[in-house]
Write a protein that binds this ligand. Structure first.
Ligand SMILES: [Fe+2]
Ligand SMILES: [Fe+2]
Length: 163
């Protein structure tokens, strides 16, 4: 393990983490959208999959400001979130309840991404990485919108679920 001495080192490490997290999500999102019953939820998850493809590209471009190679370092937090999601999705549940659970799982993922992009944007600003800040800010914006949409969908899916 190399030593993290500067904020620039920390930024590079964190960028490798989110690069991995987004790549893991590219694989997990199709399984989640397949599990959804509500059409709006399926669409939201599929739309976010398309966004995620662009996000991976933006993260790759954000490495340019660091002057170092774009590479991923396994994000254990995202691996854990996805593992938990797989476990929950394997449970038997009524369709509306399953959708409510799915939304909760997706929102945990969004919140992790929002936290990481928030940190990265603040650090990019401090480091003068203006291009990275712009790119990562776009990703942050998309994650926040995705999270808000999920909250809206959660209200209608909860109303339909057996309470
Ligand atoms: Fe993302
Ligand atoms: Fe996301």
């Amino acid at each position: 393990m190399s030593r993290i001495e500067t904020l620039a080192d920390a930024f590079y490490t964190e960028l490798q983490d989110i690069y991995s997290a987004e790549q893991q999500l590219l694989k997990a999102l199709p399984r989640m959208s397949k599990k959804a019953s509500c059409e709006k939820l399926t669409k939201a998850l599929n739309d976010h999959l398309e966004q995620t493809k662009n996000q991976v590209e933006r993260v790759a471009q954000a490495f340019e400001d660091t002057g170092k190679a774009a590479k991923a370092k396994k994000c254990e937090a995202m691996a854990g979130l996805i593992r938990e999601a797989e476990e929950m999705m394997a449970e038997e549940a009524d369709a509306d309840v399953a959708d409510a659970i799915l939304i909760g799982l997706a929102q945990k993922v969004e919140h992790y991404e929002i936290a990481t992009y928030g940190t990265l944007c603040t650090w990019a600003q401090s480091l003068g990485y203006s291009n990275a800040k712009k790119l990562l800010g776009q990703n942050l914006d998309e994650e926040e919108k995705a999270d808000k949409l999920l909250t809206t969908l959660s209200k209608s899916s909860n109303a339909a679920a057996n309470v």
